[in-house]
Design a protein around this ligand. Sequence first.
Ligand SMILES: *[C@@H]1O[C@H](CO)[C@@H](O)[C@H](O)[C@H]1NC(C)=O
Ligand SMILES: *[C@@H]1O[C@H](CO)[C@@H](O)[C@H](O)[C@H]1NC(C)=O
Length: 262
Amino acid sequence: MLLPSDWVLRHSLAMWLLLHSLVLMVFCFHHASTACSKLCYCSESEGKTVRCSNLRLDEIPRDIPNDTRRLYLDYNLLTSIPANAFQDLHQLSELDLSHNELALLEPGAFRSLGASLHFLDLSSNRLVTLNPEAFEGVAARSNLTNNPWHCDCNLQNALPRLDLEPVSLTGIVCQTSEPPDMGADGVPFLLAKDLDLCVVLKKTTDVAMLVTMFGWFTMVISYLVYYVRANQEDARRHLEYLKSLPSRQGKSEESSTISTVV
Ligand SMILES: *[C@@H]1O[C@H](CO)[C@@H](O)[C@H](O)[C@H]1NC(C)=O
Ligand SMILES: *[C@@H]1O[C@H](CO)[C@@H](O)[C@H](O)[C@H]1NC(C)=O
């Protein structure tokens, strides 16, 4: 039979162990949810801010905490953004990808950021053209300046399909353009209002159509000419054969008049 003091001791020990593990668990959970990426610096001013700037990164760190509100990946060596790159960052409101080597934004690159994202910095990269599928669902304001934009019919058709805040598009200054002589170079694409880079494309397809039709026409004509010539040749040979038969002189003269008629 246990003494009451022994009973109390045992139970308080159990309670203490339970409490201890509970504290440990809470601590661990807390630690997990507020952990920072190994490579980056985190701070908690107005929501979590994660700074991974200037680290020569060539890919996006995989351990960005999912409660990050601002993510700085500027001044790195990123060349592309794969699909679903920021999948778990549902609270992200500001994303800085400026001063990288970005040339490719894959379709769905910013998928799932849609609702929360307010500012997307893509300035000072190597973007040449815009793929609307890359910006799927992104309605943020974006800084698109300082990229070697190539303004052509593709870009013109892409712009109306973007959900980005319209002011963002003023950052698209054409570095090169197609066709090259339309005066788009060095001009923000949106401000060149009368510019229609697709019209010329339509014109060139018209010309191609015309050339093809002319080609067909020439072929038909040359076939006709060939056909007539070949028949004339036949007729002449026939005539010569008839001439070579002395007994049918009259008849051959007859066919000669026929062949001249032909
Ligand atoms: C972050 O991930 C943890 C663990 O997967 C989850 O419990 C939590 O709800 C997530 N937080 C957000 C803001 O998505
Ligand atoms: C856009 O980015 C460029 C270069 O990175 C910077 O100079 C400019 O101030 C930015 N503009 C806005 C509106 O943030």
